[in-house]
Design a protein around this ligand. Structure first.
Ligand SMILES: *Cc1c(COP(=O)(O)O)cnc(C)c1O
Length: 392
């Protein structure tokens, strides 16, 4: 099954741009719902930072998901896309006062507080708004994840969350501060996790903490286990839909919870990565001394992941079935790190060929920049192409 239309169709829009396969997005959302429907206590928030394209957001909100936001801008985007305020959670180590105020005024569901000082600030701002803010403590569980070092978040050396050793102090602070009410705990150990044993470790740590809290007669109704489920970057078509069954079953099996509790998930990458491709055109082929460069019109300004953390994306030449050759596929940006992929085999590339950089729906468009004076990359949904265009 091939998710992408022909090169001629893709060439009807100015490259570079993102192409989003809405059918695949819907199949992915359905797969998530099928699994969560099996577990009465599970609720999923979509992590907007993976991709906040307004039309994608609308479709995700219409499917009934909540939203996980990390800035005031994301809260505004979530509300605009139709996510109900009472399904919005707000995380981040550095929330500004105006962002906290916005969240209070919009009556979002919960603040995920990441430091003792932030607790005091949320309390003070909630007092000014004459509110009692719902908060969950984001605990740094000191659980490693077998993923790239730049995308682990749950180790004590990472900046995220309240250290385990300060959890009790934070809980005491919550009972002292009158304008916040502690409803739960939040965790997030990292991203692009494909080894379910990492999530088992996370569950075990949460179980330990809950046992300890219960001994002190503290019972919290809200447990948020974060996101992080990985996708198959090597096989975007074969692995189009991540293994949500294995993921949710892991938590159902290993996390201890009561009938009074709800378990929340914050999925980003696994929802949108596979439905997006970065569409780019070959500008030049350059014979280097030792290698051949395929210079394309998309670079780190459109897709930062390869330059930022050596991420691997499958690249396809949609215009050619010629003999395979080895290329370094590079962008036009004036940085040596502006390399999409090194030493990849592609059907012989020529100026004007359309390349698709696959599995780019997550952390692609949302990380785009205007460096080198470039316009911000556009994103199109499959239904933005007319029927005539889709036939060519
Ligand atoms: C980024 C992030 C997520 C989403 O992570 P994915 O790996 O894209 O699923 C969820 N929760 C928090 C707190 C995050 O920072």
């Amino acid at each position: 099954m091939n998710a992408l239309p022909s090169a001629a169709c893709l060439n009807t829009k100015q490259t570079p741009y993102y192409y989003y396969d809405t059918q695949l997005l819907h199949r992915t959302l359905d797969a998530i719902k099928r699994e969560t429907d099996k577990h009465a206590h599970f609720e999923v928030h979509y992590a907007l930072k993976a991709n906040a394209h307004p039309q994608l957001l609308q479709q995700i909100s219409q499917a009934g998901f909540g939203a996980d936001c990390v800035s005031g801008g994301e809260i505004t985007a979530a509300l605009k896309a139709g996510f109900p305020a009472n399904k919005i959670v707000f995380a981040g180590v550095g929330k500004r006062d105006d962002e906290i105020r916005l969240a209070l005024q919009q009556h979002i569901f919960c603040f995920h507080v990441e430091s003792l000082e932030e607790l005091e600030v949320v309390n003070a701002l909630a007092a000014q708004e004459q509110q009692v803010a719902r908060v969950a403590l984001r605990i740094n569980p000191n659980v490693g994840a077998h993923t790239h070092a730049h995308i682990t978040t749950g180790l004590s050396e990472n900046k995220f969350g309240i250290p385990l050793t300060q959890m009790n102090t934070a809980i005491d602070a919550c009972s002292r501060l009158e304008h916040i009410t502690l409803i739960g705990l939040h965790f997030h150990i990292g991203s692009q996790i494909t080894d379910m044993s990492d999530f088992v470790s996370e569950c075990q740590r949460i179980n330990e903490l809950q046992t300890e809290l219960n001994q002190h007669d503290i019972h919290l109704r809200y447990i948020n286990v974060g996101g992080g489920l990985g996708v198959n970057y090597d096989d975007p078509d074969g692995g189009a839909i991540p293994d949500f069954q294995a993921y949710f079953d892991t938590f159902a099996q290993h996390l201890h919870y009561t009938k009074e509790q709800t378990i929340h998930f914050e999925l980003g990458r696994s929802v949108v990565a596979q439905c997006g491709s970065l569409i780019s055109k070959v500008l030049y082929i350059k014979e280097g001394e030792h290698k051949k460069f395929c210079i394309i019109d998309a670079g780190m300004t459109e897709l930062l992941r390869p330059a930022l953390y050596q991420a691997h994306h499958k690249i396809e030449n949609r215009s050619s079935q010629g003999a395979l050759e080895t290329y370094d596929v590079v962008g036009p940006i004036c940085e040596s790190s502006d390399v999409m992929a090194q030493g990849v085999l592609l059907p012989s590339c020529h100026r004007g060929d359309i390349l698709a950089i696959r599995s780019a729906g997550a952390y692609g468009e949302s990380m785009a920049s205007q460096y080198n004076g470039r316009p911000l990359v556009q994103g199109y949904l499959s239904n933005d192409f007319s029927l005539e265009e889709r036939k060519i």
